[in-house]
Structure formats: structure tokens, C-alpha cells
Design a protein around this ligand. Structure first.
Ligand SMILES: [Zn+2]
Length: 332
């Protein structure tokens, strides 16, 4: 059974909220779940929906036995609708056809009729306005659940109609544990993925299935190592190479941060326990001897500053160029 609170890692607050909602029979006609991509919004929403449809009396979580529960698992519940669109945005026609018109028809076998709109930020403003009427005056059986990673794209009138639930990122520790329980990986590898997951199990799983993650990791470190012996012309070759990898720059910077953190850890504790780049251990050790504390922490801070500047949308390659010059020029 996929949709069961017992299968959800973390998010105790949200689960508790959904359970209390059912106990108090204080069920809202519209919900908005906000949270990063892959953090677990859909899993939470579908488990809640499955519970609402569950036919066993007095349940705050799905019984997994009744016809409704089984239908939710197989995707055959006639009173459950997932709004979709093949286009980039979810348009006003999509909402009219898939929600507004459907909502007028009474549920087929349940006391509810539930509509799930994932990636709600894809709805155009017109589409959201079309939806607004339905969530302002819903029939007694109607429930609409919106999921979004970008609440700023949801118009305020829709916002204010919905019960809003924040689905927060999970801690690295929880994700690391999850990876270790589900994949055959060394602890340091699990920790590395957890670190890059942004608090999202979905994102971690995506990376685990993505060979490019390891290639990018290798490439990122290659850039730094090349930089050490580079003259100015070679430095600009590195900038050019990174330019071709533009989409990956945030991740490259993350790898660089971990690189210097590793060097710092080795220097402080002379112990490989804290190291993420285990497969580069000898190189880390060399550099921990070579570089001063001052220089390591300066490089570290420069990378963080560059990351912040990236968020502000300033000329990306200029940021990288400046960063490489900083790292390069700072002598021991
Ligand atoms: Zn059930």
C-alpha cells in the first residue's frame, strides 16, 4: 500500500493536522499545500484523500482493506479527479472541464468528490479565477486540494479561501537514514545525497537514479584542481568550461563548498570520519596540510557569497570569474 501515513518519512505535523481535521469533522472545502519539489506534498495529500474516502468507520488513517482504499491505490476511484494538462500551463478550459463542470455532478459512491491540482502554480490567472467560484461556493461534497512549490504564483483570493499547509523540508539526518534504509550505500554516500537533497526525499531519489550526479561531482572537483596550477589564460578556460555547464552552477558551487569543508575538517580533526569526498581522501589530506585555516575559510566564504549573488540574478559568469580569481589569488 503506497498511500499510508506509515510509509511517509517525517512530516509529523502535517499528518497530525490531517488526523485532527478528521476527528473534529472540521474538513475544509479547499486546501493549499506549499513546499519544495519532491518534499512529499502529493503523498501526504493522497493519503489524506484516501482516508476521507475510506469506508471503515472512525478511521483517521486509511484502513487499506475497503473497496475505496483499494480503488485509491489502483487509481480507479470515480469520485477522485487529478487535474492535468499537456500544455505548459493549466488553462481556463482545463479548469472548467475538469473541475467546474465535474463539480456540479454529485459523487458516484462516496460522500465526497475530491479534486487534486498538483503544480497549481502552472494555472494561469484566468484558470485560477475560474476555480475561485468553485472554491467560494462549493457543494457540500466538494473538496479541492492544490499543491504548489511556488505559492507566490497563486492569486491572493485563492490563497485566502484555502486552508494553507506548509510542508517543510526534512532534515538531512532523516533523509540520510531513509537512503541507508532503502539503498545499499555507504554512510558517507548517503550523507552526500542527503546534503544535496534540499530536504526532499523525491529529489534525493532522483539523484540516486542519476549517473550525471557523480559525473558532475567529478567535474566540479576537476575544475578546482585545475585552477590550482592555472595561469590567467587557463583560468579563463575554466570559466568557459563552466559556462557550458551553466545550468549546473548551483550544484558545482555546492560541491566546492563541501570540498573546502572537508579540507577544513581534516585540518581540524585529522580524521576521515567527517569527510564526504572519501574517494579523494589523499588529495584532501594534502590540501589540509598545505592551506592555512584563513585561506580555507576565505575560500569557503567566497563560495557562499557567490551562491547568494546567483540568487539575485546578476551576471552569472561574472560571479564565477570573480570567484575563481579570489580563490586563485589568495595565497597561503
Ligand atoms: Zn478503507
Amino acid at each position: 500500500m503506497r498511500y499510508d501515513y506509515n510509509n511517509i518519512v517525517g512530516h509529523e505535523n502535517v499528518i497530525e493536522y490531517f488526523k485532527r481535521t478528521i476527528i473534529s469533522q472540521n474538513i475544509s472545502h479547499s486546501y493549499l499545500l506549499e513546499g519544495n519539489e519532491g518534499v512529499g506534498k502529493k503523498l501526504l495529500a493522497k493519503t489524506f484523500i484516501k482516508t476521507l474516502f475510506c469506508e471503515t468507520e472512525g478511521r483517521v488513517s486509511p484502513c487499506n482493506q475497503c473497496t475505496s482504499c483499494i480503488m485509491m491505490e489502483t487509481g480507479n476511484n470515480p469520485d477522485f479527479f487529478q487535474v492535468s494538462s499537456k500544455k505548459v500551463s493549466i488553462g481556463v478550459d482545463d479548469i472548467r472541464e475538469q473541475v467546474v463542470e465535474q463539480m456540479d455532478i454529485k459523487p458516484y459512491r462516496s460522500k465526497y468528490k475530491i479534486f487534486l491540482i498538483a503544480e497549481a502554480e502552472r494555472m494561469t490567472v484566468q484558470a485560477q479565477n475560474a476555480l475561485l467560484k468553485t472554491i467560494e461556493e462549493p457543494p457540500s461534497y466538494g473538496i479541492v486540494i492544490l499543491l504548489t512549490k511556488n505559492p507566490a504564483k497563486i492569486i491572493s483570493t485563492v490563497h485566502s479561501r484555502c486552508s494553507r499547509i506548509r510542508v517543510l523540508p526534512l532534515s538531512s539526518k532523516i533523509i540520510e537514514q531513509y537512503i541507508q534504509n532503502n539503498y545499499e550505500l555507504e554512510k558517507w554516500e548517503a550523507a552526500l545525497y542527503a546534503d544535496f537533497s534540499g530536504g526532499s526525499i523525491g529529489r534525493a531519489e532522483e539523484m540516486l537514479e542519476d549517473e550525471e550526479f557523480w559525473q558532475l561531482r567529478q567535474k566540479s572537483i576537476d575544475y578546482l584542481i585545475k585552477l590550482e596550477d592555472a595561469n590567467l589564460i587557463e583560468l579563463y578556460d575554466i570559466v568557459d568550461a563552466i559556462d557550458k555547464d551553466r545550468d549546473n552552477i548551483p550544484q558545482i558551487l555546492d560541491f566546492w563548498l563541501i570540498w573546502y569543508r572537508d579540507i577544513l575538517m581534516y585540518k581540524m580533526f585529522n580524521d576521515d570520519r567527517y569527510i564526504f569526498f572519501k574517494d579523494f581522501q589523499d588529495m584532501i589530506l594534502d590540501r589540509s596540510k598545505e592551506l592555512s585555516y584563513n585561506r580555507i575559510s576565505n575560500n569557503f566564504n567566497e563560495i557562499i557569497a557567490a551562491k547568494n549573488r546567483l540568487d539575485k540574478n546578476i551576471n552569472i559568469m561574472l560571479i564565477i570569474e570573480t570567484l575563481l580569481l579570489e580563490i586563485k589569488e589568495r595565497k597561503k
